[in-house]
Design a protein around this ligand. Sequence first.
Ligand code: PLP
Length: 372
Amino acid sequence: MIHDLTDEEARAALPLKWETPGVVPAWVAEMDYRQAEPITEALVDAVRRGALGYPPHGDDLGAAYAGFAARHWGWEVAPEASVPTGGVMSGIRLALEVLCPPGPVVVPLPCYPPFRDVVEVTGREVVPVTLDPDSDEAVLDLAAVSRAFASGARTLLLCNPHNPLGQVPSREELAAVAALAREYDARVVSDEIHAPLVLPGATFTPYLAVDERAIVVTSPSKTFNMPATHGAQLVLPDPADRERLAAVPIPAQNTWSILGVIAGTAAWRDCDDWLAALRQRLSAQRELLTELVADRLPKARMRPLQATYLAWLDLRGYAVADPAAAALAHGVRVAPGHDYQPDLEGHVRVNIATTPERLEQIVDRLALGVRP
Ligand SMILES: Cc1ncc(COP(=O)(O)O)c(C=O)c1O
């Protein structure tokens, strides 16, 4: 069910990821797999029908997401809680500007780099709270979050599950965050774009299941490999939040595309079989990476990969400050750890959503880059 793209197909389908000839790309979060057939059918049908107008006010996206949440996470969410938006990052910007109290924003580090940018774009201060990138647990330092709230921060930007650490916060951890948010009347914005990519062995908890006052921003675009459709959603259980958002003037909104709504609806509603096959493939790739690392990079430490297809490797045993640059010289592009946490040396994030053959090449070239 998972169709592997050939190099030629991948260059056409994923032009950013595959932009450098001769380099095996394992950096940006896109998968070398073709999108699920129901998504192709829905989009082709929409284009044939000429469905290229403005999106309607009511659509099926919220109901499709609610169905997905009930089937996969046993979580009830009202269909009307979903408000479409253009992308996850622009949705977070909107949430910060329109729905969150003024004041500094707590951002756990390491983080997806636009997390820091989005806070700055909204004119707010980033209060970093560092997770230990080398601890298998990497739980939030609640005392540090509490101190940040006590000194005036009123928003926390969560990544659930976590990119780049591949970690799935436990329900207890999330409940403890929720208790702190209540104590300080702070709001949590939870980016759940990686939620359907929780791999066998871990359990996802929607943050809203422990904190009804929160804001979730999500999209099927990562799991179903279709950022081009430009569709995401804010999940807002509180009708007052939805009213405040609806009152925002059009130039300050993020426009979204009817094609994003159509593709997103098909993804949440019709692609469970494809997703099951994807998780199986990613789980096999995770196992293969573990074996390859043990064999070819014995001094490396791989964090347990509970979710996402982005593995976090600690390569400090090889004493190379920037292993991503060293690997690029040998024909593989991985993401440098310092993109996620400034000044962090010796770490990389590796995208494993490719073929087993390419994954072996990736590890071999990385090993050539860092081994003496
Ligand atoms: C945690 C996280 N949020 C958001 C995004 C991007 O979402 P969008 O392209 O919809 O802004 C990514 C992309 O990799 C991501 O990892």
